[in-house]
Write a protein that binds this ligand. Structure first.
Ligand SMILES: Cc1cc2nc3c(=O)[nH]c(=O)nc-3n(C[C@H](O)[C@H](O)[C@H](O)COP(=O)(O)OP(=O)(O)OC[C@H]3O[C@@H](n4cnc5c(N)ncnc54)[C@H](O)[C@@H]3O)c2cc1C
Length: 116
């Protein structure tokens, strides 16, 4: 019996991760992407909770950790630079503004698409 086929529209973060797991499950998977080259735009992505489990199951946790934005946290300051509030990196994977594995969208897309 031939493999069932799946077409994924968009090979960004979600599309590439889906393609990985569907291929591993035995589907013939094709992901289509309109731009001719990797889209480099996007903000930072927090890898925590379920996202950390996913990159770990993809065997990419170490690679992702090596490419993080090395963010120290977030601080609100007044016009003199005095710190009014601070939100340090949350290394326990909680719901702070920043976590220890913050990676720029394009970096994560490159890792998923293996186009270093
Ligand atoms: C304003 C902003 C705020 C953000 N905030 C957060 C945040 O709070 N937390 C966080 O973790 N991340 C955040 N991000 C980061 C990150 O961009 C997303 O989490 C992540 O990229 C979502 O993955 P995705 O696969 O859904 O979308 P994308 O990575 O954008 O992938 C979608 C893909 O579909 C493709 N596509 C578009 N149109 C078509 C079409 N017609 N046919 C086929 N393919 C198509 C695109 O080219 C793209 O590659 C933010 C990004 C922005 C811009």
């Amino acid at each position: 019996m031939s493999k069932p086929s799946v077409l994924i529209s968009g090979a960004g973060i979600a599309g590439s991760a889906c393609a990985f797991f569907l291929s591993r499950a035995g589907f013939h998977t094709t992901a289509v992407e309109p731009p001719p080259e990797l889209r480099k735009s996007g903000q930072q992505i927090d890898i925590r909770g379920a996202a950390l489990q996913i990159v770990s199951r993809m065997g990419l946790e170490e690679t992702v950790r090596s490419k993080t934005a090395k963010e120290a946290g977030l601080a609100f300051v007044d016009t003199n630079g005095k710190r009014l509030a601070e939100f340090p990196v949350d290394e326990k994977g909680g719901m702070s503004f920043t976590c220890d594995i913050e990676i720029v969208r394009a970096e994560l897309a490159k890792i998923f698409l293996r186009c270093e």
